[in-house]
Design a binder for this molecule. Structure first.
Ligand SMILES: [Zn+2]
Length: 506
C-alpha cells in the first residue's frame, strides 16, 4: 500500500470543513504534485514540506509523489495544510497500522518552517470547532495557537514545536504536549460609565440604545464627550453568551486579530475605524476575503467618529450589511459570508470647524454644504436615536461620579429579556431586539395604543416623520416601555421616543 492519508481543515470565512489529504508515493521521477483547488500558498507547500522533512532527518521518498486534497471542489487557502501533507507522504510507505489509525482520527493544522519548526496560522478556533463537529478525536496545532485551540470542548488538543516531535507522536502516541484548557476570559472593562460626569440626556440615550439595540448618532462640539460615551456602550450591553463568545473570537481569529494568549473574547467588542478607512477595511474583502471592521464588531459596537468626513462610497458600503447582519464576498469558485450583527454608533461635529454656525464658525459655504450633505447620507437613514451634546451638558455635572456601568447594565439586561420574551411569544427568534424585529410585526403590535398612533399619524401627515421614522419611533417606544417594566407602551413613551428620534427630513 503506497497511499497515505491525513486530515486537515479548510476554512471558508469562519466556516470550516474537513479536508482529506491523500499522498500516493509511486514509481517515477522524483517530484511532488499537489492537486485539489489549492491557492499559491498550498502550491508552495511542495518545497516547504520537502525541505522541512529533509532538515528534520526524515526519510523523504525519492520518487514521484501525488498529493490530492479533497473535496476537490472546495477552494483551499493558506499554509495550514502543511502538517497533513507531510504526514500523508511520510506514512504512505509505512506499514505501521497504529500510526495510520492515529492519523485517521486526528486533524492536523499548521505551517512548516524550512527548518522543520511548526508555525502558527490564522483561524485555528473555527478550524478546531469544525474538526470537533466532524467527529475527530484529536487535533494537533502549532504551539503558538495552543490556547486558542483549547477553548473548544470535546476534542483533545496536542501541540508540537517541530516536525520531529509531531512524527514521534504519530508513530508512538507519545511525546506531544497538551495545553491546559480553560484559558481565561478577558479582563474587566478598562472604562466605566461612572467616568462620565453630567450629560444626563446622552447617558439616557445610550441606555435606550443598549436596551433596544438601536443605532445611535451623537452630534456635538469637540470635547463634549462623544467618544467617551461611545466607548462605554459595550460596558452596559448584556454579556455575550458562550456561543456568541466563540463566534466573535472565531472572526477575530480569521482576521489574525487575536493575541497568542488565546484569550476568549467575552465582552461585546468595540471597533472604531479611522474616518479615512477604505470600504474594504470596513466591510472586508481581498482575494482571500478577510473580515472588515463591521464583522470584527459582530455582537458589539461599531463606532464611526467624524462620520461626516468619511467618503460617501465608504459609508454607503455599510448600509446593506447593517440591515441584513451579514456580508457576502463573491469570488471565483466560492462565496464567503461573514456575520456582522453590530450596533452602529456615529459621531460628528455640528459643523466642520465645530463651532456650529455660531459667530466664531470658520466654515466656508462649501464646508457647510458638504457637512449637510453627509448628514443626509444613506447611513443616517439607519439611525434610530439622534442626540445633540452641548458643552453646557458636560458642565452641568454634580462633580460626583456618574452611575456605574454595572447598575445600568442590569436595567438593560432586564429590558432585553422583556423584549425577547414578547417577540418569542409571537414566534420570533430569541435573539431579536426591538431594533431588529420585522417592521410589519412591530406595526401590528402598535395598534395597541390608538392615542399614540393618532399622534404618529399626525406627524407623518405633517411631514415631521417619514414612514421609516414612524417604525423607528414605535420600536423606541417599546424599548422605553421595556425599561419601565410596562406591559405595553404609553402615549408618554411615544412622545419621549419622538424626542429621541427627532428625525431631520431633508
Ligand atoms: Zn463651522
Amino acid at each position: 500500500m503506497t497511499v497515505g492519508t491525513a486530515l486537515a481543515v479548510g476554512l471558508c470565512g469562519v466556516e470550516g470543513s474537513i479536508v482529506e489529504v491523500e499522498a500516493d508515493v509511486g514509481r517515477g521521477l522524483p517530484g511532488i504534485y499537489i492537486g485539489g483547488l489549492g491557492d499559491a500558498a498550498v502550491g508552495e507547500a511542495r518545497e516547504r514540506v520537502r525541505t522541512a522533512a529533509a532538515n528534520s532527518e526524515m526519510a523523504w521518498p525519492r520518487t514521484k509523489i501525488v498529493v490530492s486534497l479533497s473535496p476537490a471542489h472546495m477552494r483551499k487557502h493558506g499554509t495550514g495544510f502543511d502538517l497533513a501533507i507531510v504526514c500523508a507522504v511520510l506514512i504512505a510507505n509505512s506499514d505501521n497500522a497504529e500510526a495510520k489509525g492515529r492519523l485517521r482520527r486526528t486533524v492536523l493544522i499548521g505551517e512548516l518552517g524550512l527548518d522543520g519548526s511548526i508555525r502558527p496560522v490564522r483561524g485555528v478556533l473555527p478550524a478546531v470547532l469544525a474538526a470537533r463537529d466532524a467527529g475527530a478525536r484529536w487535533v494537533v496545532v502549532p504551539e503558538a495557537n495552543a490556547q486558542e485551540a483549547a477553548l473548544v470542548d470535546g476534542i483533545a488538543v496536542g501541540t508540537a514545536a517541530d516536525l520531529q516531535q509531531l512524527w514521534r507522536w504519530v508513530l508512538t502516541g507519545e511525546g506531544i504536549a497538551t495545553p491546559r484548557s480553560g484559558a481565561p476570559g478577558q479582563a474587566e472593562f478598562a472604562v466605566d460609565l461612572s467616568d462620565v460626569d453630567g450629560q444626563s440626556q446622552a447617558r439616557f440615550a445610550l441606555e435606550v440604545a443598549a436596551a433596544g439595540g438601536h443605532h445611535l448618532f451623537m452630534q456635538g462640539s469637540p470635547g463634549t464627550g462623544k467618544s467617551m460615551l461611545a466607548e462605554r456602550l459595550p460596558t452596559i450591553l448584556p454579556p455575550l453568551t458562550r456561543r456568541q463568545q466563540l463566534e466573535v473570537t472565531a472572526i477575530h481569529s480569521v482576521a489574525g486579530a487575536l493575541d497568542q494568549s488565546g484569550t476568549l473574547i467575552t465582552h461585546p467588542p468595540f471597533v472604531n475605524p479611522h474616518h479615512g478607512a477604505t470600504a474594504a477595511a470596513l466591510v472586508g474583502g481581498g482575494a482571500i476575503p478577510r473580515p472588515g471592521a463591521i464583522s470584527l464588531a459582530h455582537h458589539g459596537v461599531l463606532f464611526l467618529d467624524e462620520v461626516t468626513l468619511m467618503r460617501p462610497a465608504v459609508t454607503d458600503a455599510l448600509r446593506t450589511p447593517l440591515e441584513t447582519g451579514s456580508i457576502a464576498h463573491v469570488r471565483t469558485h466560492h462565496r464567503v459570508v461573514f456575520p456582522c450583527r453590530t450596533q452602529l454608533v456615529m459621531a460628528a461635529n455640528p459643523c466642520r470647524c465645530g463651532a456650529a454656525y455660531a459667530s466664531e464658525c470658520t466654515c466656508t459655504a462649501t464646508d457647510r454644504a458638504r457637512h449637510d450633505r453627509a448628514l443626509s447620507g444613506p447611513l443616517c437613514d439607519r439611525i434610530d436615536i439622534n442626540v445633540m451634546l452641548t458643552p453646557a451638558g458636560a458642565i452641568v455635572g454634580t462633580g460626583e461620579p456618574g452611575e456605574p456601568s454595572a447598575a445600568v447594565r442590569e436595567r438593560v439586561v432586564e429590558a432585553r429579556e422583556r423584549a425577547a420574551h414578547r417577540w418569542r411569544a409571537q414566534g420570533h427568534a430569541a435573539e431579536l431586539t426591538n431594533a431588529t424585529v420585522p417592521r410589519a410585526r412591530m406595526r401590528r403590535q402598535a395598534g395597541l395604543n390608538p392615542e399614540a398612533m393618532a399622534l404618529l399619524e399626525y406627524k407623518l401627515k405633517a411631514g415631521e416623520l417619514s414612514r421609516r421614522g414612524v417604525d423607528k419611533v414605535i420600536a423606541l417606544a417599546w424599548t422605553l416601555a421595556d425599561l419601565d417594566g410596562a406591559a405595553t407602551f404609553t402615549f408618554d413613551h411615544v412622545t419621549t421616543a419622538c424626542g429621541l428620534h427627532d428625525e431631520k427630513i431633508y
